[in-house]
Design a protein. Sequence first.
Length: 278
Amino acid sequence: METQRIKQTIQNVILKDRVKLEDIEQEEIIKKSSNKYENVKIAIIIPAYNEAKNIENVLKKLHKYNNYDYDIIVIDDGSTDNTCQIIEDYNIFLLKHESNKGNGAATITGLKYCRKNNYDVVLIMDADGQHDPSDIPYFLDKIIDEKNDFVIANRFEYVYQGNPFKKLCSLILTVLYLILYRKKVSDPTNGFRALSSKVINNINLESQYSVTQEMLFKVIPYFKWKEIPVKVFQRKNGQSFIKLGNYFLKMIYLICKFYLLPKLRKAKNAVNRRLINN
């Protein structure tokens, strides 16, 4: 019995040493990763509307995984709860809309701020806690190391227990982009994205509520981009920004404005040039 107790004690000591060694190794990995992008100016922008029940947990996770010294920029879109008060307790940038203008408007405000302040890479995350900050290094690798201009998350690589109607919306949009651009966007409604300074400085966004799709119309055909698989958490509190009832009407409008009209203008200009030359 005594021999068994001694063996168990020895095993516990070995296990503790192994855990300590793993912790040291993990710290070294984090340290190397941190130094890897020490000269890159990185921002995380988070549009938020009435996310008092979620935003604190999001900010805690971001601070926990902030190995890259990135700036966190929250855009409060006219919240009527105490979202702002919670945000002000953290050492982050807070931009405010006096009234609710929509997710797209909040995203655009954040991107304009990043353009003005010369950020090299900007990630966009939701304020509801669905996106995992531990995925941030994968976005940075794709943008900085692999020289992509745009990276979008794909939650469908894993088993995703989401709203069936949202899944259907996403599938329809995937087919749409495949038809229009011959490019497959597996998860076009996913808001977890990263943009290089090249994209930030060369596209102008204007959609107050459908900026996620406007962004794809303006990025997919013209820039180098990539998808990465991610796992998402289910929203625990509050309601989504997206109002599904109007979503497809807005998509029809976007297709007309950002796909069909540019095609018509291009064709018209080609005809005019031929008439001038003749």
